[in-house]
Design a protein around this ligand. Structure first.
Ligand code: ME8
Length: 510
């Protein structure tokens, strides 16, 4: 039986140009999607744009465009970003699509039928930039303006008729749900944060607005548009053709295996979303993984702070694999990470050019220049060969589990360490000195090195798909063999191999 894996990025607000935070969320999800495909899962990977609400209505107005025309334009930029980041998404959803409206209407109807929605009046704080309601104890006054202490965004006072979702009545059931599903929220620190928040008491949530029009209308009440977060979260269902629960995509992929999100949108995904779903009698997703922020200096990288490193400019200058590798290596699991051009360049030099790139280049050119591209291994491996293989086995032992906990950063550290050890082995074994007196031993060293390169390239494939594929192509490894079965001790390469030419993978930056 084939295992299914449904993974999503957040759907992005097309309120401005994409930035490094967007790239970061997307790359994490793409790495995990590719990893699961290589582990022989049937993967469905979704990304898209979140196009309703006041934030987008205001952005369109500022640009002098009708909201839909504005969204048509900016969502194309996000689609293009997905391509430029080498995302392997199977779908790109826009919340202005018909399939999405249908799903949101159905979810709303279910919540009405279950008695979880009622009409009242909202009086309180709202942040347009976060599209979020805040309690009075989460507000700080600075001069004449008020701000959320949670996000730092400015808030406005809102009083309007609104439909409410009975979130307060889901408090106990949510706590039971977290208890039963101890890995629903990762990392653990975020899980604790959510549980504490819920334990402190949940208030009913306003789920419609009447002071603007850009959104999905409440069924049978045109005065109200549905709160953009109830609308946006439903994208994960619409992309599987919900409400048709007999649809093949829905049957195969719901509940979602993993929502990748940033820590700023954790409450929406880990509290509101499972509550909406439980109320609508739909299974909640299996996991929400919350990553930290990309910082520049010590601040969150954001347009309003003017400290943006533009992902497209970085890709143009350094390459997409380089950016993907750097972000995954530099930022620790679930934590915030500081990025800079200086540390990007030093990471490219140390890990990609001097370590993995150098390993591939030195062995490929030696085999090409001295062995006519052909190597045959004999059975009597040396102690040094065996030691390297054993060290590699130790380092790869827990890799699947590490990735199943979304710890890409630790995964990469182990993989790059294998590359380092292989370079060291080559330096110690000096195969070039054996050319005239011990061809068999030299061939074994070269074959062992190529097998190591094959393993490292398969392991790096989810992170640097373009460069690692070049190496695997040059090793003439079929695409269906580029999977993790070697982790059970199987060799990847046959005893006798012929390699093809390999171009320089990574240029060293001076
Ligand atoms: O939140 N570092 O969209 P969005 C890391 N439409 N991640 C960052 C970041 C930074 N500096 N800045 C933003 C939304 N992000 C909603 C999602 S899902 C149903 C709806 C991350 O475009 C942020 O944490 O504001 C979030 O995960 C994602 O980018 C989208 O942000």
């Amino acid at each position: 039986m084939q295992n299914n894996f449904y993974i999503t990025t957040p759907i992005y607000y097309p309120s401005g140009q994409p930035h490094m935070g967007h790239a970061y969320s997307s790359i994490i999800a793409d790495v995990l999607a590719r990893f699961k495909r290589n582990a022989n899962y049937k993967v469905h990977f979704l990304t898209g744009t979140d196009e309703h609400g006041l934030k987008i209505q205001n952005a369109a107005k500022k640009n002098g465009l009708d909201p839909l025309i504005y969204c048509d334009k900016i969502s194309e930029i996000f689609k293009d970003l997905a391509k430029r980041l080498s995302l392997s998404n199977d779908d790109f959803i826009r919340t202005t699509e018909k399939r999405h409206h249908k799903a949101v209407n159905d979810l709303w109807d279910r919540l009405i039928k279950s008695g979880d929605i009622y009409l009242s009046k909202y009086k309180g704080w709202y942040s347009v930039s976060d599209e979020a309601y805040y309690n009075s104890d989460e507000i700080i006054k600075k001069g004449k303006k008020n701000f959320s202490t949670f996000s730092g965004s400015s808030v406005e006072w809102v009083e309007e008729e609104s439909f409410f979702f009975r979130l307060s009545s889901w408090e106990k059931k949510l706590l039971e749900f977290y208890d039963k599903n101890d890995k629903f929220i990762l990392p653990i620190s975020r899980r604790n944060e959510v549980i504490n928040f819920v334990r402190n008491g949940l208030k009913d949530l306003s789920v419609s607005r009447t002071s603007f029009t850009w959104g999905i209308k409440v069924p049978n009440n045109n005065k109200h548009v549905i709160y953009v977060w109830l609308d946006a979260l439903t994208n994960y269902l619409s992309a599987l053709n919900f409400p048709d629960t007999s649809d093949i995509l829905y049957k195969k992929f719901w509940p979602a295996s993993l929502h990748v999100i940033g820590k700023d949108i954790l409450r929406f995904h880990a509290i509101y979303w499972p509550a909406f779903l439980l109320a609508a009698d739909i299974k909640p997703p299996n996991r929400v993984f919350s990553h930290g922020w990309i910082l520049s200096g010590d601040e969150k990288m954001s347009k309003s702070k003017g400290n943006i490193l533009n992902p497209l400019e970085i890709i143009n200058k350094y390459g997409v694999d380089e950016l993907r590798y750097y972000l995954m290596k530099e930022v620790s699991h679930g934590r915030d990470g500081n990025i800079s051009l200086k540390s990007l360049e030093s990471c490219i030099n140390s890990d990609l050019a001097n370590n993995y790139g150098n390993l591939c280049q030195r062995i490929f050119s030696f085999v090409k220049n001295n062995c006519n591209g052909k190597i045959k291994k004999t059975e009597n491996l040396s102690e040094a060969d065996k030691k390297l293989i054993e060290q590699t086995n130790v380092l790869t032992r827990n890799l699947i589990e590490i990735m199943d906990n979304q710890n890409i950063n630790n995964y990469l550290k182990s993989v790059i360490n294998i590359s380092f050890l292989t370079n060291k082995y080559i330096n110690d074994e000096e195969p070039w000195k054996l050319k005239n007196n011990n061809i068999k031993k030299m061939n074994n060293i070269l074959h062992t090195s190529l097998e190591q390169i094959a393993k490292i390239s398969i392991l790096l494939n989810p992170i640097i798909p373009i460069s690692s594929s070049k190496v695997l192509d040059s090793l003439n490894i079929n695409s269906e063999d580029r999977n993790f079965t070697f982790l059970d001790g199987k060799d990847i390469l046959p005893n006798e191999i012929k390699i093809s030419e390999l171009d320089i993978l990574f240029k060293k930056l001076i």
